[in-house]
Design a binder for this molecule. Structure first.
Ligand code: AMP
Length: 502
């Protein structure tokens, strides 16, 4: 299916081509025709599935561009407001459709002026309610969109939303998007939607299929070591680590900082300014790792997050869906990695069943595997390096006292030292142990458990060199065993000795 299969107006079609979109995403395939037919919709889609275009393209295609506010998009956070507004601006600019972004914490005057010139207003509930109630702003949008409706309700905006709708025309097309569909969302939908069509992408598509979902089984006290080992092995460009509690966030930030990672915590109680500065650093690469609670990460909208780590598994399936949806966005692939203790395996099973997804279990890479990974990267790096004048001079000087092979060994040792991987050889449970535990967890819940069949086919296929292992036997690397603590500067070499990316 192509975008040209929809009956979108020419200038919108041109904007799609300009944006480089080739194939509509599943939610776009389903939602766009229904919206174009004039129906209200309730769509289950998380961020990263292309939902902004799913409502933006058809709605904008039907707008006149007559100078009035024709579309209103209500979003939970300021960051999402800016993101959605940017995206809609791209789609609308060739059609002469301007967007205004409205959120709290800034002056009213300028926002009111912008609204007066805009075809589409993207707003957070609090500020929008203020503006409507004050009478300073009047609008009769034909299209009203609730984006991330579940997050808005979680954030306590239900009253504001209901109130906002009292200011909106009855004759409108209302589109509601939500990553999850708890009862409160369905109830709200009944109140504000008119005979809606449901866009429910199949269970398998509900979570973005571009996200690889892995879990590792560790003992409680191994969580920190497991996390560091996995970060070392995966070498993520940008990752978010989720914890359950704020104090865990603080502790992990301190721990990872001490290990030399470029890391920051994201707190629910951070001031908006400080939050923005931190997020900008994350987007720009000054920070590689965010440690956050579910609350703090609400509305966090950063593309290019390569990995999401669940330091602890979330209690409920909806949080799991929200968390992992921070990666694998915009057609990119991502990895979601969850650490669980043997006791928490049943939570994994429950989430798999609720979400209709399969997570793969793997064994945490040994120290040697990480070391080998880095050595491989280092070898490629050396092969690509250009010889400099200074290097030639240096070798000449060294040759006064040493033969060339000794010099090579010394230089390699110097580089390797920075590449050294710390920690225990083996962390976490082996595949056989995990399978046994899964078997036991399922049996303890009684025979005929619905998700039992799913547990068979997830023996971590394709994982580099990760054989099932039982117990924590050494792996021939005991010569390194005595070293404790991470060498200073070691973190900068985690791209295989390529130096800091900062
Ligand atoms: P959203 O779910 O709206 O936050 O979209 C996530 C990202 O996917 C945005 O950067 C969009 O520009 C991008 N995107 C949306 N639809 C498509 C598509 N059909 N093809 C490629 N990228 C898309």
């Amino acid at each position: 299916m192509k975008f040209t299969d929809f009956n979108l107006k020419e200038t919108i079609q041109a904007a799609i081509t300009e944006a480089g979109f080739v194939e509509p995403s599943p939610v776009q395939k389903d939602a766009i025709p229904i919206i174009l037919e004039g129906h209200d919709i309730i769509a289950q889609a998380q961020t990263g599935t292309g939902k902004t275009a799913a409502f933006g393209l058809p709605a904008m295609s039907m707008m006149k561009g007559d100078g009035s506010v024709e579309g209103l998009v209500i979003v939970p956070t300021r960051e999402l407001a800016m993101q959605v507004s940017d995206e809609l601006f791209r789609f609308g600019k060739l059609s002469g459709l301007k967007t205004a972004t409205v959120y709290g914490g800034t002056a009213y005057g300028q926002q009111i002026d912008r609204i007066k010139q805009a075809s589409i207003v993207v707003a957070t509930p609090g500020r929008l309610q203020d503006l409507l109630m004050s009478g300073k702003v009047k609008m009769s949008p034909k299209f009203v969109i609730l984006d991330e409706a579940d997050e808005m309700l979680d954030m306590g905006f239900l009253d504001e939303i209901k109130n906002i709708f009292t200011f909106l025309p009855k004759d409108r097309q209302t589109l509601m998007f939500s990553a999850t569909m708890p009862p409160a969302i369905r109830k709200l939908a009944e109140e504000i939607l008119n005979n809606p069509k449901t866009v429910s992408i199949t269970k398998a598509e509900k979570t973005n299929t571009k996200i690889t979902q892995l879990y590792y089984v560790v003992q409680e006290k191994e969580r920190d070591d497991a996390l560091v080992r996995l970060i070392d092995y995966k070498n993520p460009d940008k990752c978010i680590i989720f914890c359950r509690m704020k104090k865990e966030v603080d502790r992990l930030v301190a721990h990872l900082t001490a290990q030399g990672f470029k890391v920051s915590g994201l707190h629910g109680d951070m001031e908006q300014k400080q939050r923005e500065v931190t997020i900008r650093a994350f987007k720009g690469g000054g920070i590689d790792i965010f440690v956050a609670t579910d609350v703090a990460a609400r509305g966090l909208d950063v593309n290019d997050v390569t990995h999401v780590f669940n330091y602890q598994i979330p209690f409920d399936s909806e949080s799991y869906v929200h968390r992992i949806g921070r990666t694998g966005r915009g057609g990119k692939t991502g990895e979601a990695i969850t650490l669980v203790t043997p006791n928490e395996l049943k939570t994994i099973k429950r989430i798999e069943k609720d979400v209709g997804t399969t997570m793969t279990t793997q064994v945490i890479p040994t120290r040697m595997e990480v070391q080998n990974n880095r050595s491989d990267a280092l070898i490629s790096k050396i092969a690509e390096t250009k010889v400099t004048e200074n290097a030639i001079m240096l070798v000449k000087t060294l040759q006064h006292d040493l033969d060339i092979v000794t010099i090579a060994h010394l230089l390699a040792s110097l580089v390797q030292e920075e590449n050294f991987v710390q920690g225990k050889d083996n962390i976490g449970l082996g595949l056989e142990e995990i399978e046994l535990l899964i078997e036991r967890a399922l049996n303890s819940r009684g025979a005929g458990s619905g998700d039992r069949s799913g547990s068979r086919n997830r023996s971590g296929g394709g994982y580099r060199g990760n054989k099932p292992r039982t117990g924590g036997g050494g792996s021939g690397t005991s010569d390194r065993h005595g070293r404790n603590g991470r060498s200073t500067g070691g973190r900068d070499s985690r791209n295989g000795g390529q130096g800091s990316r900062g």
